[in-house]
Design a binder for this molecule. Structure first.
Ligand code: MN
Length: 232
């Protein structure tokens, strides 16, 4: 097959313990999925899970032991960090029951759902899509994917983020309002999941601003960590 120009290369995330990489298909994100984060954003109560997407090429791949780099994005004066457990789908499907969901998981990684909070807030106020606040270029840093057999109990693990060595977010993935299996059930009712899909599962409380020059270091117990520096 020939193309009128070279196709954009597939984003490939390293896999712990393997030379083969994980080719990214889509990036789904869950909104307000920890109670104390929902509260800090001004919401209370358990609402049905809701989703937004980032472009696959917004993923910033950070290999193990390295410090990745993302530029401070345009248009914003309030770039927020959201540390999240990322679920990597290995087997696709639609209408997946929660009881079957784990069969579809390839592994887990640590990710950052970087957010232009001021733009997201403006869009919320006007009832407009969040894309400009959430789906911007290089908005989805991710560390290596750990296959689920080696990942320990990632869904009941501590999750944290430090900025310049100081704690900003620290919680436990067990506090997800909609757990990973329930999230996959809801998501796969709306879209047919495919191998290569990533699901950013939501962030705990403590989201806040970062500026150029800051170094973000995040982790989930049992997984490779993620370090990213905000470039100027
Ligand atoms: Mn998020």
């Amino acid at each position: 097959m020939s193309f009128v120009f070279p196709p954009f290369p597939t984003v490939a995330v390293p896999v712990v313990g393997q030379t083969a990489t994980f080719p990214v298909h889509r990036v789904y994100c869950v909104g307000r999925n920890y109670e104390d984060h929902a509260k800090e954003m001004g919401f209370t109560g358990r609402e049905p899970p809701f989703f937004f997407m980032k472009p696959a090429d917004a993923v910033v791949v950070v290999p193990a032991g390295q410090t990745g780099s993302m530029p401070y994005p345009s248009l914003t004066k309030n770039l927020h960090h959201e540390i999240e457990l990322v679920v990597a789908i290995g087997t696709g499907g639609k209408n997946i029951a929660a009881a079957d969901a784990h069969k579809h998981i390839f592994g887990y990684a640590v990710g950052l759902d970087m957010t232009r909070r001021d733009l997201q807030g403006e869009m919320k106020k006007q009832g407009r899509p969040w894309c400009i606040g959430k789906g911007f270029d290089q908005s989805a840093p991710i560390g290596p994917i750990t296959p689920k057999a080696q990942a320990g109990d990632a869904e009941n693990a501590e999750i944290w983020l430090q900025v310049n060595g100081e704690d900003r977010q620290r919680s436990n993935v067990s506090k997800l309002i909609w757990n990973i299996a329930e999230t996959i059930e809801h998501l796969s009712a709306a879209w047919e999941l495919q191998p290569g899909d990533l699901i950013y599962s939501g962030t705990p409380e403590g989201v806040n601003a970062v500026v150029a020059g800051d170094t973000l270091r995040g982790g989930v117990t049992g997984l490779e960590g993620l370090t990213v520096r905000i470039a100027g």
